[in-house]
Design a protein. Sequence first.
Lengths: 191, 243
Amino acid sequence: MTESNLPSRKKRWEILMLVSLAAAVLWTVVSRVPSAVGAPLSSSPSPREGFLAPDFTLDTLDGKKVTLSELRGEIVLINLWATWCPPCRAEMPALENAYEQYKDSGVVILGLNVTNQDSEKDIPLFVDEFGLTFPILLDRDGSVSALYQLRGLPTTYFVNREGIIRTVVVGGPMNETFIRSKIEALLQEIP
Amino acid sequence: MFPYLRLGPFILPMASLALLAGLWLGLPLIEREAARLKINASMLSNIILYSLLAGLIGARAGYALEFSSTYLANPLSLLALTPTTLSPSMGLAVGLIAFVIFIQRKQLPLRQTLDAIAPGLALFMAFVGFAHILSGDAFGAPTNVPWAIRLWNEYRHPSQFYEIFIALTILLVIREGFPKPEGSGLNFLLTVALSSASRVFLESFRGDSVFWPGGFREAQVISIFMMALSFYWMRKWITLESA
């Protein structure tokens, strides 16, 4: 490269940079989606962040029924657990404390027992042992675990007031600080 | 998609393992390039690891600051091994600041150092794409193109594969593509500019974009800013080279 070539070469680079930048701005404007602001990532429910939480109806331990979609407008924590799972046992006190603290702020915790992998008669003993007061749901045929593509126990879904999953935690145990920070984040969301 | 590996009572996130593999393979590439540019390779390698550690601490501190009352009640939770309690933006900022401080304290030449990092960074970006394949993150928008993949209940653009392809292409371009003065910092800036430009283009095929008012995608706006920044410094450093 000779000295005399340098200015014209530099000029070509500058033009290339400006054209690239203009093309990037143009593409950004052309590809914008005004209707997507604030919308869920997909209209079809799926068990991952940004998607609507798949709906289900299950029996509770005290013989009632709970339907997830009927809890729309409230913050919902769905915790999948089993009595034999050590990290599930470890995080139960933290979940109960969080429930006590936030239940009057529109927060519901659903303790979804994976009953098809558990012993149903052990569940009331477990609930008594930890003094759990939030609803315990029984997934007797494993259909909800399958719907939520359960990969490991415990698994917890933090669902906002619009029914959109914001955080998925596979494995545990979660500590109380973590649970509270995630609930606080959901409470801060503008409905 | 293979997000978790269960090993007895432990559940390992495969995406994190892919990122570690990217680091493991990227660092030797950086060290080789550093040696070629006559920079202390092991020192640079250590600086990168310390900066990553600083970034990790910054990310946790940033998250804790956001929910300070919760963490003040139980400060030991700062040490919890929970990847979802990190602030990525704070982590990036702290990691970059730490990196700049370290290279200034060790008196490493900035532009040569950045050029030494460039190929390793491009390779690491390919592993980020691989991590996304494993976790199912950074998924594509619904489409009916023949090469669509079924993910999250819909046929979608294989955006994670696009990511890998682009990252490897950038690696090829910066290693073989344009003749540039050795150690001028231009290789690093070209890596940033090309990565940003490709993000602007590919983001429109993503199904998980964060939207700003008006329907603008956050990643595209930030990438345009990064492109402009790298072009500004390119122009400045080209002028210095030709002076």
